[in-house]
Design a protein around this ligand. Sequence first.
Ligand code: SF4
Ligand code: MG
Length: 336
Amino acid sequence: MSPLLQIENLETVLHTGAAPVWAVDGLTLQILRGETFVLLGESGCGKSMTALSVMRLLPEAGEIVAGSIRIGEEDLLLLPEAAMRDVRGKRISMIFQEPMLSLNPVMTVADQIGEVLRRHFNLSGMAAQERVLEILNQVGIPDAARRMNEYPFQFSGGMKQRMMIAMALAGEPELLIADEPTTALDVTIQAQVLDLMRSLQQRDGMAILLITHDLAVAAEMAHRVAVMYAGEIVETATREDFFSGPAHPYSQKLFASLPGKALREQGLRLAAIGGNVPPLSSEFTGCRFADRCDHAWELCHEIAPRWNVVAGGHQVRCHLFNEDTRPSIQDPKLGS
Ligand code: SF4
Ligand code: MG
């Protein structure tokens, strides 16, 4: 599979307080065509800012100060805004936790999806109507022929989420970015929406960048996983490698904090992650996780870890995995 999205050394800054906050700090990742890539981490670690950077829809205080974001051959950061508008919805679509952020409360469903079809495919009239109906059926809106003429407030939470997916898919994007798409939904509806995303992906072959803080969602959906902490990616692996042996001490703590029975049975204990994410306004020396890490030693506070290979494509930004620096008594697989 060839790379579809390539982000290199992305730095996104928020100018909100006295000092700029480096929400995303040197992030590099690749998403392949047709795969589901899960970006996993606690809230405030920079996941959403990464997504909004790709869409170039940052809040006013946000600014991309370095790096490149390419889809295919196109560098999104070099495109004029008019060309970027064509990318949004057509090549890359985004859905959010809160559907009302992307639904227009005063337009009917048919008109909103119709607008996407007019803009990107120059479809209107009966042809557009038929296509709207087809899309609504695909995302499982019952009685779609009638409901397409209703307004978003007339739909339940799960149905609004389906509508937002319908809108996002209307442009037939190559990449769907889903930022905590099911966090606000109850578990049954959550499972239905995840199923829907998976089946639409299998049918259309689009790639999905799925942002979540939920390990169970990652386990269910991911082909590959990247764990983000304090503005940078600290671990990247296939789903199988990640869930059979999370390597970064932060990832291990994410597992340990999980109440889920199935994952606990894999031998991972229940525990809260002590301490806080460090402020992203200061310069870092050393590892960003050092203050919360049970394995930290002097070096961790002095030098930022580089990428080290755990095995194959499984990589981790931690000194424990560098044989030249690791103290001999430490064995990362054994824990503390
Ligand atoms: Fe912990 Fe050191 Fe690894 Fe950072 S580099 S995660 S502080 S062991
Ligand atoms: Mg977020």
